[in-house]
Design a protein around this ligand. Sequence first.
Ligand code: SF4
Length: 363
Amino acid sequence: MNKNELHIIYGNNPLNMVKEVLSTIKIENEIKPEMLIGIKPNLVVAKPACEGATTHPEIVEGVIQYLKEKGFNNIIILESSWVGESTAMAYKVCGYEDISKRYNIPLFDLKKDSYEIRNSGTMDLKVCKKALEVDYLINMPVLKAHCQTLFTCSIKNLKGCVPDSEKRRFHSLGIHKPIGNLAKVLKCGLIIVDAICGDLTFEEGGNPVQMDRLIIGKDPVLVDTYGASLIGYSKDDIEYIGIAEKIGAGSSDIEHADIHEYNSSLKSKSKFIPSGKSKRLSEKVIAKDACSACYGSLIHALQRLDEKGLFEKMKSSVYIGQGFRGKSIDAIGIGNCTCKFSKNVKGCPASAKDIIEFLEKQI
Ligand code: SF4
């Protein structure tokens, strides 16, 4: 698999989805049997994945099943939850204890680990020893919003590989610089992004937005640039992405990325059910059989407009969904299903970034 590739798979059976992509990209060709494979999920808090904060255990299970079927058994799971949270509790509540027992995979609590200092070229960073021992790191973040950095995905997920004292220091340094530098120090063999239902506003969950997809790549800068656009940000909005690119951790060149999509027909199988904050935002949406992939983009876009104080200024509702296919209505339609509307944002699904740009011009 090349660094400029991105693989996007849609659906709501994450275990099968991840195995399908892995069998296409054949990661077994880049791992040797003696290598230590480390799986780094996002278990920032002890909350089940349905709340939008943590990596679905089914995705990790799919990766383990695939690796074991290919004869790889030297696998560990490693994580350190945020400061003040017990990683052991997160492993238990999030379903990882069960996985550990069923597949005989050790769970490492990096809060109990020692560290080594690594230099990124521009700064020293303390990194947990176990994370540095790993030969092939599979970074499995959740695509979600973040109250300080606006967005969190593959690069920021690596913060779970540093000691708590270092996490505190990161915040004292303004967070973006050390996070961006971490992407240079901790290299990912593979990145598998859980974009099933990440949170709309906070990293700790509570407002999940169904997007029903996984994003798989190798370049953390490219993966995060793509992921940011799905929830309504450009890479310039997220300072640490630019820092990581500047120091050579990857490329944000989405224009030249080799993007593969799978199961596009499954997009229409899952429907979005507004919950939490998305209920208020959905008051300006007229939906008929909208796919979660499209509706999720729209909700993220409306949230970003709300943060800019523009949501309340929207004069008319927007339409979305397969129920509007072929209909000519004088209104704003989101996605290819509403291409006959007088105003339309193209895409199947439409991207949050495109929706924001369009709606901002209408207000
Ligand atoms: S454009 Fe239509 S079919 Fe495509 S994702 Fe949106 S609602 Fe679904």
